[in-house]
Design a binder for this molecule. Sequence first.
Ligand SMILES: [Zn+2]
Ligand SMILES: [Zn+2]
Length: 93
Amino acid sequence: MAKVKIICPKCDWEPRPSDLWSCSCGHAWHTFDTGGRCPSCNKQWDDTQCLGSSAGGCGKWSPHLEWYRNLDDWVKEEVEKVEVEIVEPVTVG
Ligand SMILES: [Zn+2]
Ligand SMILES: [Zn+2]
């Protein structure tokens, strides 16, 4: 299957598993583990900041979904898988 890569859409910086993002509540976590949601206060971050110069990134904000490369292919494959798995006929009415 297509491999989904997580890369900054602006500078091609690739986060490492050890990189941490800080929430406004003060919690720090790896935001791509949770799809941009803070596990402490459940705030959903629609935009994700590229980590700054210390980590080699550009420091700019981008929509979280734009970080996922090959996501379209992955979604397509997942949808095709689901379609194959649904074998029960749906009766309407
Ligand atoms: Zn939080
Ligand atoms: Zn960047």
